[in-house]
Design a binder for this molecule. Sequence first.
Ligand code: HEC
Length: 156
Amino acid sequence: MRILLCLLALAGFLNCTKKEPGVPYPEGYKKWSLLKSALITKGEPLFEPFGGIHHIYGNSDAVAAIEAGKPAPEGAVLVFDLYEAVSSDSGDAEGAHKFVAVMIKDTEQFKSTGGWGYDAFKGDTRERFVKNAATECFACHQSQERNDFVFTTAQK
Ligand code: HEC
């Protein structure tokens, strides 16, 4: 009996620690380090599809790598969090939440896109909308190959 219980516990444990495939939603990212914020206005090259106010966050592994100018280790996560910009007399403020775009380093799973998995979630939801990460995301991030496919660099 005891052996059976142990086996069941072990099977459960293995199952729990097994990684889900794909890019998980970055729960709690707003409490991570903020690497950068920027505003993209109409007429600027990236207005479609990135117009608005965005913030870039990293988990501790991603931030340490960026600060050291090194390629990110396995498990590093970066988030591009985009809001509409709403103009008023007192300046541009955040409007509706457009999306949460995510990159996660997992070289084994995402070999074909430079070792990073890419996905994006609508607004505050967990609804994914990237159909083809290679063409919708990696095609552009590939230009940053010398910087581990990451645009953001350490702030001076
Ligand atoms: C047309 C080019 C382009 C495409 C397509 C693109 N990105 Fe980016 N991405 C950028 C740029 C430029 C930045 C840096 C913005 C800044 O510095 O403020 C960036 C930044 C990011 C970051 C923060 C880390 C970094 O590289 O600085 C994440 C995460 C990200 N993008 C995810 C995605 C995902 C997921 C997709 C696909 C849905 C995607 N990107 C598609 C150009 C692109």
